[in-house]
Design a binder for this molecule. Structure first.
Ligand code: NAP
Length: 293
């Protein structure tokens, strides 16, 4: 293989956003409720601010209403839980996210569990994850959901394929493995989930028809780890110093794109791959929150 199909999350996300914008227009026309997404941002972490700003901007683009709740890094856990409760009780807000990571003194799990499952558009609440396991309609975690939409858009065959997921985080790797094993399309894969205690990782990744990488290490996956003709989806995103760039940094994924791409049938780039789809899925979940009301 030398000419892989580039799985452009950016392109798929634009299509999803167009569809959502149309649905919002229709809602407006029929006097329905305009979806309203809120985001809680704690502290001044640069990456988190960038992510939240991108989410707010995406809301504006599709015609949603949005609210940004910015809180000081020193806020106590109790104070944050009060803010969460306020959003739970605010009928104007259809869905909201608490941008992670939170400062170390706050228990993320406790905050996640305080979110009203009906407004859990990030899909991290135990109720959402449980429903996903049971194939019940629910908010799917935005990043894995976005990846399934990318696979669908490019008609990438999944049935009977061996899907290897690198990483078992609660927000990416674990739910991804569940979605790829579901009895539907995309899905019906034989799934192997790998993590830091996995032995002979390369021997396993070499068997992957579909390799989904969420390890959080820049350019970890190299060409010698990938089977000829595989589909590779790169979830990782890393800012690395790059003086040749005006911004002073460039973005890298978890996959060494230049050397892996020629071996692939399909590969997603960074940037322009999974990232834009995560935001698009958040918008889809917010629209779903309105529809489920
Ligand atoms: P994470 O919570 O740090 O999880 C990393 C996973 O990789 C863990 O399960 C870890 O295993 C595993 N791992 C570490 N070293 C390994 C090794 N040598 N071999 C095999 N597995 C290994 O990360 P995450 O939140 O899932 O995110 C992963 C990456 O995706 C990050 O770069 C993050 O920035 C990016 N991300 C991007 C988006 C997006 O929208 N594009 C969204 C979310 C995350 P253990 O469980 O054993 O520690």
């Amino acid at each position: 293989m030398s000419n892989p199909t580039i799985v452009s999350g950016k392109e798929v996300a634009n299509k999803v956003k167009e569809e959502i914008a149309l649905a919002v227009k229709q809602l407006k026309k029929n006097g329905g409720k305009i979806p309203h997404l809120a985001a809680i941002l704690v502290g001044n972490d640069g990456a988190s601010q960038t992510y939240v700003n991108a989410k707010v901007k995406a809301c504006e683009k599709v015609g949603f209403e949005s609210t940004l709740v910015q809180l000081d890094a020193n806020i106590t856990e109790q104070e944050l839980l009060i803010e969460v409760e306020k959003l739970n009780n605010n009928n104007a807000i259809d869905g909201y996210i608490v941008q992670l990571p939170l400062p170390k003194h706050i228990d993320e799990q406790k905050v996640t569990e305080a979110i009203d499952p009906k407004k859990d558009v990030d899909g991290f609440h135990p109720v959402s994850l449980g429903k996903m396991l049971l194939d019940l309609p629910s908010f799917l975690p935005a990043t894995p959901y976005g990846i399934t939409e990318m696979l669908k858009h490019y008609n990438i065959p999944t049935e009977g394929k061996h899907c290897v997921v690198i990483g078992r985080s609660h927000i990416v790797g674990s739910p991804m493995s569940v979605l790829m094993a579901r009895n539907t399309y995309p899905g019906n894969c034989t799934v192997t989930i790998t993590h830091s205690r996995t032995q002979n990782l390369k021997a396993i990744t070499l068997q992957a028809d579909i390799l989904i990488v969420a390890i959080g290490k820049p350019e970890f996956v190299t060409a010698d780890m990938v089977k000829e003709g595989a589909t590779v989806i790169d979830v990782g995103i890393h800012r690395v110093e790059d003086n040749s760039k005006k911004s002073g940094f460039s973005l890298l994924g978890d996959v060494k794109f230049d050397e892996v791409a020629p071996k692939c049938a399909f590969i997603s780039p960074v940037p322009g791959g999974v990232g834009p789809m995560t935001i698009a899925s958040l918008l889809k979940n917010t629209l779903l929150a309105v529809q489920l009301k």
